[in-house]
Design a protein around this ligand. Structure first.
Ligand SMILES: [Zn+2]
Length: 150
């Protein structure tokens, strides 16, 4: 008989009939203390097996999802909308201010035969800028939509 008692790990393995430690089987046969421990672990394992599977008395999944979705999505949507409006304001306000400040020059652009070409160029540039702005807006909306879906 080995003088050293078996470790709890080894005793638990034998309690579950999965022990492989060399010499442990002999020790268990000869040592009442270790055998008693093994019996205790065996009874514990049997008691655990008889316990009903743990479960909530309510649908935890439904409750969590119901609370999670508005909290996760609403602030993100609100921030996305705010960023959009700030960006639009940042683009439109200087344009409007410039138009107001130089309104007489703008009016002159479209008057007179010589400046017809200049007016045409200004209109073209303005149209291109508006188109680019709309394109940016569309791609921004797509990106935000993608982000919010994940
Ligand atoms: Zn022992």
């Amino acid at each position: 008989m080995t003088l050293k008692h078996l470790s709890d790990d080894v005793i638990q393995q034998y309690a579950l009939e999965a022990g492989t430690e060399p010499g442990a089987q002999e020790h268990l046969q000869q040592c009442p203390a270790c055998r008693a421990k093994m019996e205790m672990y065996r009874n514990m394992a049997a008691a655990f097996r008889e316990l009903p599977a743990p479960s909530f008395s309510f649908d935890a999944h439904a409750l969590v999802m119901a609370r999670l979705q508005p909290a996760a999505l609403r602030p993100a949507r609100r921030i996305a909308g705010l960023v959009l409006y700030v960006a639009l304001a940042a683009l439109l306000l200087p344009a409007a201010a410039a138009f107001y400040l130089f309104r007489h020059d703008v009016a002159q652009l479209f008057s007179g035969a010589v400046s017809m070409l200049t007016g045409l160029a200004a209109t073209t540039i303005l149209t291109i800028l508006v188109m680019q702005g709309l394109d940016m807006l569309q791609s921004y909306r797509k990106k935000i939509h993608k982000i919010l879906q994940h």
